[in-house]
Write a protein that binds this ligand. Structure first.
Ligand code: TMP
Length: 211
């Protein structure tokens, strides 16, 4: 059986990625493919508990990074690998690129430490487990801020200052430059139709491969 495909979606809070992820899930399901939709931090009962802590409780910045990877380890072991091995597609709302963007870029933590954690948690005999494709939904900071301010109670990350979000965005764009084959930056400051058209074009070859 062919291994399923692993796709992650990323972006600033308020970039609209959840809406686009939902569309992607439907689009892939329409091709009669089995899809697991999941998210980080979270995706398992333990991971969801860690998510509640991460989004709400004050903690040391390195504790935050370690908990992100702890939740990720559980997620990989319990959900992602088993699904891929069953030949299903995994569509994940954020993965390790978010740690590089938020904990390295936003928080300014040491890149080398993350690389070690990444190899520990994602290392496999056949190589590093990474998404086959990552879509970064990119919007200017003002757009992200305006969408976040939409009457909700903001979480610990959303409450950060504009310069934090600027560093997160810059880190995402830098990450995309360093892995242009895997990471596609989508201009998410356009109409939904234009964005969906681009997503369908990007996914086309992946879907054909499975047909
Ligand atoms: P979400 O609201 O988009 O689901 O993500 C929850 C928050 O968690 C979001 O503000 C980004 C943050 N986050 C990190 O800081 N590091 C990570 O590795 C992940 C996966 C998320």
């Amino acid at each position: 059986m062919t291994r399923g495909r692993f796709i992650s979606v990323e972006g600033l809070d308020g970039a609209g990625k959840s809406t686009h992820l939902q569309w992607l899930v439907e689009h892939v399901r329409q091709q009669q493919l089995s899809v697991v939709q999941t998210r980080e931090p979270g995706g398992t009962p333990l991971g969801e508990q860690l998510r509640t802590l991460l989004l709400n409780e004050a903690m040391h910045l390195e504790t935050e990074a370690l908990l992100m990877f702890a939740a990720r380890n559980e997620h990989i072991q319990q959900v992602i690998l088993p699904a891929l091995q069953r030949g299903e597609w995994v569509l994940c709302d954020r993965f390790t690129d978010a740690t590089y963007a938020y904990q390295c870029g936003g928080r300014g933590l040491d890149l080398a430490k993350f690389s070690q954690l990444e190899h520990w948690v994602q290392g496999r005999p056949e190589g590093l487990l990474e998404p086959d494709l990552t879509l970064i939904f990119d919007v200017p900071l003002e757009v992200s801020k305006a969408r976040m301010a939409n009457g909700r109670v903001l979480d610990r990350f959303e409450r950060e200052q504009a310069d934090f979000h600027a560093r997160v965005r810059a880190a995402y764009l830098q990450r995309a430059k360093s892995a242009p084959q895997r990471i596609k930056v989508i201009d998410a400051n356009r109409s939904i139709e234009a964005i969906q058209h681009e997503l369908a074009t990007i996914l086309g070859p992946w879907l054909q491969e499975q047909a």
